[in-house]
Design a protein around this ligand. Structure first.
Ligand SMILES: C[S@@+](CC[C@H](N)C(=O)[O-])C[C@H]1O[C@@H](n2cnc3c(N)ncnc32)[C@H](O)[C@@H]1O
Length: 178
């Protein structure tokens, strides 16, 4: 009787483990085919980011995976004296964000780099914004803790870091500091 229960529980545990691994493989396969996920931050969340950021003139901001550029455009409109950089891997969104920034008349104030943010040095920024997928939050937490200054603010949209406790939470927008 006990051996049957142990066998059944083992089968369930192994099945759950395999399904979770299969999910990761399918996500990697999707990213390899389609490029990284794009989901824009909505205007309510951008308002929350603006409130938490408390930017000062001259500060430097980066959006890791800047998509269509909407967060940077909103930040620079609210704080024209900041320096803003977007790092975006997908050429489609590099072009779209550059077009949107041009339409907003902010080409001189926002730089979009076509680059992989894992290769970027994040030590120079005062504010880092990120809206990534859950799978990479642990790796990103380690990179940020290794590279950023004590004073740097990190704002994450929706996803939380696995061990880093947020300093401020506003709905699903969270601000972190070392
Ligand atoms: C969820 S979207 C967020 C877009 C934008 N930050 C916003 O909140 O509206 C994530 C973006 O990150 C980009 N991305 C994902 N991995 C990346 C990487 N390693 N380097 C640069 N960009 C990346 C995707 O192409 C996508 O545009």
């Amino acid at each position: 009787m006990w051996s049957q229960i142990i066998f059944l529980v083992s089968i369930i545990v192994v099945t759950i483990f395999l399904l979770l691994e299969l999910k990761k493989v399918l996500i990697r396969f999707y990213i390899a085919l389609q490029g990284p996920f794009f989901a824009p931050t909505n205007s309510q969340r951008i308002k929350q980011i603006l409130e938490l950021a408390e930017l000062k003139p001259g500060e430097k901001v980066v959006d890791l995976g800047s998509g269509d550029g909407r967060i940077l455009i909103a930040l620079v409109r609210a704080h024209p004296q900041i320096k803003a950089v977007g790092v975006e891997l997908n050429p489609k969104y590099v072009k779209l964000s550059r077009d949107n920034i041009k339409k907003a008349g902010l080409s001189k104030k926002i730089e979009i780099r076509k680059s992989n943010f894992w290769k970027e040095d994040l030590s120079e920024y005062d504010l880092i914004v990120t809206y990534c997928i859950k799978m990479v939050m642990g790796k990103l937490e380690r990179k940020l803790k290794d590279e950023i200054k004590e004073s740097t603010k990190v704002i994450s949209v929706f996803f939380q870091f696995p061990t880093w406790k947020p300093k401020i939470e506003s709905g699903d927008i969270r601000l972190y500091q070392k």
